[in-house]
Design a protein around this ligand. Structure first.
Ligand code: FCB
Length: 483
């Protein structure tokens, strides 16, 4: 897959960058936008670091033309962004807001003028607050509200979009939002999280059907899949890893691709399980056209009961990620290997795990076109006196993960595209503006954008792809891949 030191991708490979509405748009009170659960959450003292909010963020709502110009100069051919539900349907029901729609329609005009294909996500966590008030995703009705919003949106923008992603990372919406309480709406209730898990998947299935009924566009969903390794061979560590992987991956992949929830997880959750109505699993497993995979870091998991032994083995407990793991049911802790390279988020860097994850996914489910819909790192970047931002750590991270993607393609996995997270530094949820993930630096006081060294590296990488000889880069025929 490599010639002259350049990793070669299929000629049709899609090169992109990703963002999300609440993280970049700002303009939260403009043109009839309704309140979202993230407006409420971020304005609640103590929920977001430094009390940061998305009120202004990157001011992309006003600067989108400049941002599209930067994408053009970068040379990407696709842009993954999300549509803010409360901007286009402020109360989560009723007619669409023409002013909110106009923003996205103008964004599409600019993308089209620059030959950048839009790759929109219909939900990246900014639920209308009025639906939050009625239980949010823990309420079944929210799934039907979502399908209604999608139906109306697709009939408004439909002809201009050839691929829709229904949800971004429903695991985060359900578990960080309703069990761990780190994300909006900040609940800490496992039954509510399980209900949200189910209703998000139901929403996805209903939306997929609504899109199919209205257009010929492809439909997919984006999951944040985990690559989980047990910290040791001890049966307790192995069990903790299995349950962690079950919570992160199988609770989503099984219903989507196998039409059922995993039995071990259902046993684990017992009475806290969500009510599943007849027909729900058939709706959820509506055949989709592609899967989006967001991937950042591997997970090494041990048993909570073995913390002392794990520490003796040289591991340290990863305090930041541990609460994500639902120790109340899985009894698991995330651990870190000492001395391992990690990003500013504290996430370990081990690109080969992405190749393994993609191969396992193909082997355990079915071959499906995959897009890496997010991959990137936060870094302690700063603007130097000469105005440049040098981020060799990010370049190395991106290069390593692109090699990992190429490795998966070489192993027969049908990966069709890659989106760097993120185009811009932005509002990193509960961590506010403290984590810079962009390949473009944003001065939050002025809104000024400065491409970082990694932006220029990615530009040159994409350009080099166009110059490569193509004999070794035929994409695999999905039907020839052993299941
Ligand atoms: C993902 C989210 C994205 C961003 C990255 C760092 O979980 O989808 O919005 O916050 O993490």
């Amino acid at each position: 897959m490599a010639t002259d030191g350049v990793t070669v991708f299929p000629p049709s490979f899609v090169w992109g960058t990703a963002t999300a509405s609440y993280q970049i748009e700002g303009a939260v009170d403009e043109d009839g936008r309704g309140l979202s659960i993230w407006d409420t959450f971020s304005r609640t003292p103590g929920k977001v670091l430094h009390g940061d909010t998305g009120d202004i963020a990157c001011d992309h709502y006003h600067r989108y033309a400049e941002d599209v110009q930067l994408m053009h100069e970068l040379g990407i051919n696709s842009y993954r962004f999300s549509i803010a539900w409360p901007r286009v349907q402020p109360e989560g029901k009723g007619e669409l807001n023409p002013d909110g729609l106009r923003f996205y329609s103008e964004l599409l005009d600019h993308l089209e003028a620059n030959q950048i294909v839009p790759f929109p996500t219909l939900y990246h966590w900014d639920l209308p607050q009025s639906l939050g008030d009625q239980g949010g995703w823990s309420s079944r009705d929210t799934a039907y509200r979502f399908a209604d919003y999608v139906d109306k949106l697709v009939s408004a923008l439909g002809p201009r979009i050839s691929q829709w992603t229904t949800l971004n990372e429903p695991w985060c919406s359900a578990w960080l939002g309703y069990a761990v309480g780190q994300h909006a709406p900040g609940e800490t209730n496992v039954s509510a999280a399980l209900a949200a898990n189910h209703h998000l998947l139901l929403a996805h299935g209903l939306a997929a059907q609504a899109i199919r009924a209205r257009s010929d566009a492809e439909v997919g969903i984006t999951l944040n899949l985990a690559h989980v390794t047990p910290a040791s061979d001890d049966p307790l560590d192995r069990l903790a890893a299995t349950l962690t992987e079950g919570n992160a991956n199988r609770m989503f992949l099984d219903p989507l691709f196998l039409g059922d929830y995993p039995a071990d997880m259902m046993d684990l959750y017992g009475d806290a399980r969500a009510e599943i109505k007849e027909g729900d699993l058939a709706t959820i497993s509506t055949v989709i056209d592609f899967l989006g995979v967001n991937y950042y870091a591997p997970a090494i998991v041990g048993s909570r009961e073995r913390i002392a032994e794990l520490q003796a083995l040289g591991y340290c407990v990863d305090a930041r990620r541990t609460p994500n793991l639902l120790d109340m049911t899985a009894s698991a802790v995330h651990v870190k290997r000492p001395g391992f390279t990690s990003t500013q988020m504290g996430w370990e860097v081990e690109p080969a795990t992405l190749t393994e994850l993609l191969c396992n996914l193909r082997d355990q489910y079915r071959p499906i076109p995959i897009y890496i819909t997010e991959n990137g790192m936060s870094n302690a970047d700063y603007v130097r006196q000469d105005g440049s931002v040098l981020d060799p750590e990010r370049t190395a991270y991106l290069e390593g993960h692109l090699r990992a993607v190429a490795g998966a393609i070489a192993a027969g996995v049908d990966v069709r595209g890659y989106y760097v997270w993120s185009l811009l530094d932005n509002f990193e949820w509960a961590l506010g503006y403290s984590q810079r993930f962009g390949i473009i630096w944003v001065d939050y006081a002025t809104g000024e954008r400065t491409p970082k060294a990694s932006y220029y590296w990615y530009r040159d990488f994409i350009a080099a792809q166009a110059r490569q000889p193509r004999e070794c880069s035929v994409p695999p025929d999905p039907s020839s891949i052993p299941v």
